[in-house]
Design a protein around this ligand. Structure first.
Ligand code: DCP
Ligand code: CA
Ligand code: CA
Length: 352
């Protein structure tokens, strides 16, 4: 029996795997997604790469020019974010068919924690649910992922990392404690190079493992690292009290702009406003929008908004831009005060 059942799910080589799925001929070749390598002269970095490219020592965050030198025969692709975002949304829909959305905490485009304690604390059953998640995602998306299960978030994430790619692994509390002992202290979430340096100085060991860090007294960690010291003291012992919190979908997206000087120039105001509308609409899909809201703050700080339900406007992007500009112009003619701030917001339909 597990005390809690925490699942961590993470897609394998996410951006690159999607590219392979779209272009099956790429399979069996190193695939690198990121900046343009420009035959080794490109600037920018690798977003991610497939596991074959990792055999050439290429990894996320590395300079693209270096990746090109390591595998010039590789397939280098630009980042196609709209495609990855769409795939991510579809994956989360599938996950919600296997477990209720109230149990899911999405932590990035390709990763989530799920607290299934209320469903089961039995190891076999937990593994069955993990397997179902993998199966359903593969059936729908033809993409592999890895699932780690444990009694807290930290160890389930470590289980997932150890089982990658295309794996499924459960580690209970005791095993978790033992496994992490041999690992580098940077395995602990929140310990970066700076904190590592502090800890190194405390124990006077060049490359400390978590086992080495167990020698440090709690008071000492707290003295040098504050509240976080207490947290790390627990984590070195495999304890992580943080809870899985449901990720609620955004109900609206908004942008605003404060002019450096209050103005009544329609050209200036409309230009800035159209930029805001563009930015907001980039972040949402047309079909998701319920209403649009235009916000205007005058020089005396009085703030007003005008809104329009989307069923009153027929059509997509262009008509949204047009209707919102008309709303803005109404503010301009309604008063002869100067304008301090304009804003644009879209309310979204409830997706769940
Ligand atoms: N990403 C990025 N830049 C980074 C790290 C990641 O653009 N420095 C993007 C590309 C990845 C995606 O985020 O595909 C998910 O990141 P992960 O850390 O989960 O790595 P991958 O999914 O690519 O590989 P893994 O199989 O190790 O999870
Ligand atoms: Ca991943
Ligand atoms: Ca991830």
């Amino acid at each position: 029996m597990l005390k809690k059942t925490i699942v961590h799910i993470d897609m394998d080589y996410f951006f690159a795997q999607i590219e392979e799925r779209e272009n099956p001929w790429m399979k069996g070749k190193p695939v690198i997604v990121g900046a343009d390598p420009k035959k080794g002269k490109g600037r920018g970095v690798v977003s991610t790469c497939n596991y074959l490219a990792r055999e050439y020592k290429i990894k996320s965050g590395m300079a693209i020019s270096r990746a090109y030198k390591l595998a010039p025969q590789g397939i280098f692709l630009p980042v196609n974010m709209p495609l990855y975002k769409k795939t991510s949304d579809s994956i989360f829909k599938t996950v919600k068919k296997v477990v209720p959305s109230s149990l899911i905490e999405k932590v990035s485009v390709d990763e989530a924690y799920i607290d299934i304690t209320a469903i089961t604390t039995n190891k076999k059953e937990a593994l069955k649910i993990g397997g179902d998640l993998k199966k359903e995602i593969f059936k729908k998306e033809k993409l592999s992922c890895t699932v780690g299960i444990s009694e807290n978030k930290m160890i389930s994430k470590i289980a997932c990392q150890l089982a990658k790619p295309d794996g499924l692994k459960l580690i209970d509390k005791q095993e978790g404690r033992d496994i992490i002992k041999e690992m580098n202290i940077q395995t602990i979430p929140g310990i970066g190079p700076k904190t590592e340096k502090v800890i190194k100085e405390l124990i006077k060991i060049e490359n400390p493992t978590i086992k080495d860090a167990l020698e440090i007294k709690k008071e000492e960690l707290v003295r040098y690292l504050g509240k976080r010291g207490n947290d790390f003291y627990q984590k070195f012992r495999g304890i992580d009290a943080s809870v899985v919190t449901e990720t609620k979908e955004a109900k609206s997206v908004s942008k605003e702009h404060t002019f450096s000087k209050d103005t009544r120039s329609p050209d200036k105001i409309i230009k800035v406003f159209k930029g805001l509308v563009d930015d907001v609409l980039m972040e949402v899909k047309e079909g998701e929008i319920k209403n649009i809201v235009v916000v205007c703050r005058f020089e005396d700080f009085k703030t007003y908004q005008k809104q329009l339900s989307l069923d009153k406007i027929n059509g997509g992007y262009n008509s949204i831009v047009k209707s919102s500009t008309i709303l803005l112009l109404k503010f301009l003619v309604s008063s002869n005060k100067k304008i301090r701030l304009v804003g644009f917001r879209v309310g979204l339909k409830n997706k769940l």
